[in-house]
Design a protein. Structure first.
Length: 211
């Protein structure tokens, strides 16, 4: 049985406090990239009762995604935006979802991100990461941006941390580990970085701006 929206909100308010939950419920967060980072960030934010998530990815669910991303075997081959939206609606039915099955570029990013209070960068490709960070910092400097860098390999998750780079830009990860160095991606370490991103987003929305 699906609880009513009133029941749902009462539970969240008990956990987070009314004022903080009001901030979460009124917020719009854009998650750019729905892989190991983005799919886990989206799940955490939906569970926290974020009012609206803008989900963006042009990829399809692949068997290589399943060990660290929030997808199911039965969703193989489906667009990630559709598959993740399906899963999120089972987890948090009252979070509004806006889906964009597109590749984010310098040209379309400003329009796609216009409504977002916070932008979450969650790409796998370092070139795409740099592009999005530059677009947000240069063209939308008023927006908060939370990005990820360094979560590959088997080193301690205690090395993953959140740093405040500028007033509106936060970077999560160990800042070093890269899959291009021959280090694979394991679910716990990727999820630890995603948790840092999601938690920083919630702190920003709560008015707690220090890293």
């Amino acid at each position: 049985m699906i609880p009513s929206k009133e029941e749902w909100m009462q539970v969240l308010e008990l956990r987070h406090g009314k004022e903080r939950q009001r901030a979460f419920s009124n917020a719009t967060v854009a998650v750019c990239g729905l892989g190991g980072l983005g799919s886990n960030v989206a799940v955490s934010l939906a569970r926290a009762g974020i009012g609206k998530l803008i989900l963006m990815d042009f990829d399809r669910v692949d068997i290589t995604n399943l060990h660290r991303q929030q997808y199911k075997v039965i969703q193989l081959g489906r667009p990630k935006v559709e598959a993740l939206a399906e899963n999120l609606r089972e987890i948090a039915p009252y979070t509004e979802l806006e889906l964009h099955d597109v590749k984010i570029t310098e040209e379309n990013a400003p329009a796609l991100l216009a409504e977002a209070d916070v932008v979450c960068e969650a790409f796998d490709n370092p070139v795409c990461k740099a592009m999005l960070v530059n677009v947000v910092l240069e063209q939308m400097p008023e927006k908060y941006l939370v990005a990820g860098s360094g979560m590959a390999g088997m080193k301690s998750t205690n090395l993953i941390r959140t740093r405040r780079i500028t007033d509106h830009f936060y970077l999560c990860g160990d800042g070093v580990s890269d899959v291009n160095d021959g280090m694979g991606l394991v679910a716990p370490r990727v999820m630890a970085c995603a948790a840092h991103e999601a938690h920083m987003i919630l702190r920003i929305l709560s008015g707690e701006l220090e890293a």
